[in-house]
Design a protein around this ligand. Structure first.
Ligand code: ATP
Ligand code: MG
Length: 142
């Protein structure tokens, strides 16, 4: 089984539609191993997106990710990382494939409703950024 880190972003929380996104995730065969509903600090968001710190969109991204609560989740499935990237679609909702979460709920490349880890290395880093081992364990799949 593989794992990935997903985050339902502030735009989806603000629109009061995160339940639909969680349903789509379950329908696609992912099991939610851990989940939080939290507002992160500027420092946390800056650290999470540190790889983008030289990008022109960095400041807006940090501001966006801290303006409302978010829902980080650890998801489990065969081929989790790749299958979840397929489920969410292109980071620009206008370019996202029909039936993807970003196509359905995203608005712009910043307000794109959801995040998914892009590699095994980053998924491990991102999972431990939000969750301790004991928070992930304890469900029926172990
Ligand atoms: P995510 O990491 O959120 O799944 P991604 O891997 O598809 O998205 P990245 O290139 O890693 O996209 O960028 C991380 C996030 O930064 C994007 O999801 C988006 O919110 C924001 N972002 C990326 N590129 C741009 C851009 N050109 N303009 C504005 N925001 C951007
Ligand atoms: Mg990314």
């Amino acid at each position: 089984m593989g794992r990935t880190l997903a985050i339902i972003k502030p735009d989806a929380v603000r629109k009061n539609i995160f339940g639909y996104i969680i349903s789509a995730i379950e329908e696609a065969g992912f099991r939610i191993l851990a989940m939080k509903y939290i507002r992160i600090s500027t420092e946390q968001a800056a650290e999470f997106y540190a790889v983008h710190k030289e990008q022109p969109f960095y400041k807006d991204l940090i501001e966006f990710m801290t303006k409302e609560k978010i829902i980080p989740m650890v998801l489990e499935k065969d081929n989790a990382i790749e299958d979840f990237r397929t489920l969410i679609g292109n980071k620009n909702p206008a370019l996202a494939e029909e039936g993807t979460i970003r196509k359905k709920y995203g608005e712009t490349v910043t307000y794109n409703s959801i995040h998914g880890s892009d590699s095994l290395e980053n998924s491990e880093k991102e999972i431990s950024f939000f969750f301790s081992k004991s928070e992930i364990m304890g469900n029926c799949t172990g």
